[in-house]
Design a protein around this ligand. Structure first.
Ligand code: NAG
Ligand code: NAG
Ligand code: NAG
Length: 247
């Protein structure tokens, strides 16, 4: 192989390698708590579908099971669960064929009549967060009490509560209560101060080991150099072909 084509191959493969190892898991409806019987779509938003991202989960019964393997209906890199059960509460994530993983999401399915609609993804420091206390049977919002780490924080006549400009101190275990209907399960709300626009797939909020993070940043720097190098290389190549006598 000529050295020039080898270099081209290197450029292409390194850019491809970089773009194939990222995915972000989103949940629709976007809530960390669901009612038994709800329809849920979990989606791996990926840069490259050829990496083969699939959904996996750990529940109290079974670990690392894949969507379609006894639960859910795979649809590309998404997964539909048409009638979710309380036993399906657990940790969900996307995993590529090579073993790269996305962010993780905790889902709690309630067999009761009250849920707390809280963010399924970590909340950015400074953002506003709205929590909604919902009953299964009543469509309109009823007065609700909100608790953080076991203590009452607010009673809201409208059933929803907004925390403005969240900070790290708002992180904790939340639940709500609607009198006459019952109490919701508890959900952990994570607040992250990471404001980088190019976040690694496992953000520090999920406790990515330090060596993994530095490796990702190294990857990013390397990719920048490669892109610049490729552009330079291609322009040199073009110049070369337009004037064969060059050099
Ligand atoms: C899922 O379960 C496996 C096997 O028990 C464990 O190794 C892994 O850490 C768990 N993953 C999560 C995200 O809890
Ligand atoms: C999954 O659900 C979406 C709607 O959220 C629907 O458009 C799609 O057809 C479903 N796919 C499968 C395989 O059931
Ligand atoms: C999921 O829930 C467990 C137990 O409450 C908690 O330790 C873990 O940090 C949660 N993970 C995420 C991604 O929120």
């Amino acid at each position: 192989m000529k050295p020039t084509s080898l270099l081209q191959l290197l450029c292409v493969t390194s850019v491809l390698c970089y773009t194939t190892d990222q995915a972000r898991l989103t949940v629709s409806p976007s809530s960390s708590q669901l009612f038994k019987g709800d329809f849920v779509t979990l989606s791996c938003e990926e840069d490259d579908s050829s990496a083969g991202w699939t959904l996996r989960r750990n529940t109290s019964k079974k670990q690392r099971t894949q969507c379609g393997d006894g639960w859910g209906k795979p649809a590309g890199s998404s997964c539909n669960i048409s009638y979710i059960d309380p036993l399906e509460s657990g940790v969900y994530w996307c995993e590529s064929r090579e073993g790269a993983i996305s962010n993780m999401v905790n889902l709690t399915v309630s067999g009761g009549s009250v849920i707390l609609q809280s963010p399924v993804l970590p909340v950015m420091e400074g953002d506003d967060v709205t929590l909604l206390c919902q009953t299964k049977t009543t469509p309109s919002n009823l007065p609700a009490a909100f608790y953080k780490d076991g203590s009452l924080i607010r009673k809201q006549p409208t059933g929803h509560m907004t925390i403005q400009h969240v900070s790290r101190s708002d992180e904790g275990l939340y639940k709500c209560d609607i009198s006459g209907h019952g109490e919701s399960p508890s959900s952990w709300i994570t607040v992250t101060g990471d404001t980088l626009t190019c976040r690694p797939p496992t953000s520090p909020a999920y406790g990515a080991p330090a060596h993994e993070k530095s490796l990702l940043y190294f990857d990013f720097t390397l990719m920048c150099y490669l892109v610049v190098f490729c552009l330079h290389f291609i322009s040199t190549l073009l110049k070369g072909s337009s004037s064969q006598s060059h050099r």
